[in-house]
Design a protein around this ligand. Sequence first.
Ligand code: ADP
Length: 392
Amino acid sequence: MARVQLDGITKRYSDIVAVDDMNLDIRDGEFVTFVGPSGCGKSTTMEMIAGLTTPSEGTVTIGDTDVTRFPPKDRGVAMVFQNIALFPHMDVYDNISFGLRLRDYDDEEIRERVERATEIVQLEGMLDRQPDEMSGGQRQRVAIARAIVRNPAVFLMDEPLANLDAKLRVHMRTELQRLHKELDTTIIYVTHDQAEAMTMSDRIAVINDGQLQQIDPPLVCYNEPANLFVAGFIGSPSMNLVAGEVTESGFRGEHLSVSFDPASVGVSPGDQVTLGVRPEDVYPAANAADATDPSGQFETFTDVLEPMGNEIFAYLQFEATSGGMDDDPRNQLLMSVDPDAAIAEDERQSVVLDREKLHLFETSSGDAIVHSLSGQYQATTTGPESGAAGGD
Ligand code: ADP
């Protein structure tokens, strides 16, 4: 087990800044996941912790040791990658023990470590199998066992499940959580799959453009996203984001206004802000009582419905346009409703928002301002006919 600290880590490739002044303090025994879109710098950060890439600036500390210039083998880390490189001509036992044999451990020690590792990843009884006699998930478990036998202070896992089919990925997710519990070791995990990040991690580090956007427990990233990027990235489907500005009486967008006292939120009339609301925090007006603090209702039209089985995603339009609905996301709002909700396509739909769950962001910087507009505030619509009418 070990703490891992990154201080001002930067990696430049000629004019590309792959990682930009990253500061992270990962606690001993913590499971931290790096998540973000492809090319955001996740793997490069991981490679600098592993020692496969040297930072342009900054330091990497593992335990109490500055390992910035150490080769990978001297860092006490073990890596598991997306492409599992097992030796095809070796059986499972030899694959798992290969690194230990290279380091001249005695046979008894090797046998004990392999037995313990195979027990943890549940590969008992398979030690004499060849890799081509195993499923993708079993081969991935061999790769994990090979990392476990080294007793690393830190596990580094870069998209280890990416090549597995969807069902197996879900299964391996729970296995990795169990593994973390059992080993009690620091795990740093890279994925672009936010479901993996949400389900396994103690904390998620959300990265974009080489920069750390937020590092927090999954539900904090979900409920209190630090900025517009995190708000849009974490959560599927994404949070609805409505651009507008602050008026004397609150927020005003093209189709939707929410009344609140600007001073109480620390904003001023004229400020350009973006209102965020997750699909599950939009309710049909008939179910307004389900919201903790329902806003005044406003009128939309249902466009497409997507029944998912456990819920229905309803794409709402603020205005009916002649000749059909338009695709401009600024005119749309996504609502998630119960599967038995009385809702049909192409009909008027009055909806309310849960003010307790409304987010405000500064549009230019993207920074979050507030994660609830609950209290004495009032919500109104800017309806096509009514101007700024409506409300509670
Ligand atoms: P991620 O793992 O999030 O997909 P990477 O860390 O692999 O992202 O890459 C971050 C950025 O750095 C990308 O723009 C990528 O093209 C660039 N990059 C990564 N490795 C190299 C390299 N060896 N040479 C040049 N550019 C690189």
